[in-house]
Design a binder for this molecule. Structure first.
Ligand SMILES: O=C(O)CC[C@@H](O)C(=O)O
Ligand SMILES: [Zn+2]
Length: 465
């Protein structure tokens, strides 16, 4: 360790305590990255503050010394927003993981940012309520990170995004100032809602140090249908048919290729014998006999129309969970292929035409790569993963995929879509931000950042340079 590093570590230790500064190579590796595989982690140190005051002191110190700070939660991000690849100090919230307060009248829970998503879900359940934002990484993702990327997941069609559940927020800005935003209010018409600027800001404006999250009523008997389709486009007819008759709480899709990987890797059973090219997974609440009858008659209608080849419906919670795994386990299953990820969205009505166009681009441009489609098709959000062949070096694979991204994002732009629906921009989508945001918007975003973080110490180089 150089003398400069030694003095930095000593100063950090004065703020958070010597045991809470880590410089061993394993910690630097673990805390310096998220689930993206494109960047080599290279932080100078990792600190684990235990209080808001310590976070403020860290920010003040970083301003004095012009040191870059990278906020780190559960590190399950998929765009590199929590990657520290340039000698930054990682500020990890693992110790600030307490649920501080609950109010049954307001149906709100006050949480520290390091609370794990599943911890909040379980807490809500114990109180007879429900935290509805859910995704495969909920067992390790932290609320601070979820808010930083405005995480979406599998229930957005019914319950919205993380943004919709943030009722209040305390933040330490890039200058070390503590702001108490919206204080759990349902109605608050007092000018700009700064809370919403922090949601999705990927740690570029400051640190979230406390969150007040809203809770919902528990769902009744969530029931899952998995349907096989020949054509991806048919899923939109199916969506419309179901939404006309019942309220769906999830509408997901995945390809036969994705299903094969999951079944093989996780040792799961096929949902039924018939093979489709694509599958939709629909969830609804079985609130009454009438709802169940409606679901069955829509299913029959879809079969008659030829949109659906076959299907199955869960009869109990265990079956529902087993069907969910076919969709939820895809991302983890394909991670060993070093996938190149796209997380793109368009308005739901434009999905069929958009998918056709993008599918034509990738099948012609990636003749030798395996292409895996899945995602939250009911939200207009699809995940397009390109799998790396064993024989190709990672750098070359990412380079080739990066080239084709320009064509994919031209299509995204022409449909008025987004180059990142729910994973964020981070480092991975930074070169493509202008496909979804205008020069004027990006200039305003830069201006906002410089107000909150004039010395550019907060996660520099993420979202834009
Ligand atoms: O790995 C992906 O591309 C998507 C991960 C996640 O957003 C999902 O929907 O499973
Ligand atoms: Zn997703």
């Amino acid at each position: 360790m150089s003398l400069m590093q030694q003095s930095l570590v000593a100063s950090l230790a004065e703020i958070v305590g010597p045991d809470r500064v880590k410089t061993d190579s394993e910690s630097l590796q673990v805390f310096g990255k998220d689930w993206t595989k494109a960047h080599e982690p290279r932080p100078v140190a990792v600190v684990l503050p235990g209080s808001t005051e310590e976070v403020q002191a860290l920010v003040r110190f970083a301003n004095e010394q012009k040191i870059a700070l990278v906020p780190s939660g559960g590190r399950t991000g998929l765009s590199g927003a929590a990657v520290a690849a340039n000698g930054e100090v990682v500020v990890a919230f693992d110790r600030m993981n307490k649920i501080l307060d609950f109010n049954p009248v307001d149906r709100q829970v006050v949480c520290q940012p390091g609370v794990i998503t599943e911890q909040l879900q379980q807490y809500a359940e114990d109180k007879g309520l429900y935290y509805p934002v859910d995704f495969a990484s909920s067992g390790s993702s932290q609320l601070g990170g979820n808010v930083g990327t405005n995480a979406g997941g599998i229930k957005v069609i019914r319950y919205g995004l993380t943004r919709d559940w943030v009722m209040g927020m305390k933040v330490v800005t890039g200058t070390g100032e503590l702001l108490d935003l919206n204080q759990g209010l349902v109605k608050n018409a007092t000018g700009y809602d700064l809370r919403h600027l922090f949601i999705g800001s990927e740690g570029t404006l400051g640190f979230i140090v406390e969150l007040t999250m809203g809770l919902a009523t528990q769902p009744q008997d969530p029931t899952v249908l998995v349907l096989a389709l020949e054509e991806m486009e048919a899923s939109m007819h199916v969506l419309q048919a179901f939404q006309a008759k019942i309220e769906v709480s999830a509408f997901e899709f995945f390809s036969e290729k994705a299903l094969r990987h999951v079944i093989a890797e996780k040792g799961l059973a096929r949902p039924f014998e018939t093979e489709g090219n694509f599958y939709t997974l629909i969830e609804f609440e079985n609130t009454s006999e009438a709802t169940m009858d409606a679901a069955m008659s829509v299913f029959e209608h879809c079969m008659e129309q030829g949109w659906v080849l076959d299907g199955t419906m869960s009869q109990n919670v265990t079956q529902a969970k087993a069907l969910w795994r076919l969709r939820e386990d895809i991302s983890e299953t394909i991670s060993r292929f070093t996938p190149y990820k796209n997380d793109i969205s368009v308005q739901v009505s434009k999905v069929p035409a958009f998918l056709k166009e993008v599918d034509a681009i990738v099948t012609s441009q990636y003749p030798d790569f395996e292409i895996i489609w899945f995602g939250h098709i009911g939200d207009g959000n699809v995940h397009l993963n390109i799998l790396k062949p064993d024989s190709l070096a990672k750098e070359e694979f990412f380079r080739q995929c990066g080239e084709v991204s320009y064509d994919i994002f031209d299509a995204v732009k022409s449909y008025g879509g987004s180059v990142s629906a729910e994973h964020g921009v981070g480092l991975l989508k930074k070169p493509y931000l202008h496909y979804s945001r205008s020069e004027a918007e990006i200039a305003l975003m830069r201006g906002i950042k410089s107000l909150f973080d004039p010395n550019n110490i907060m996660n520099p180089g993420k979202i834009f340079d």
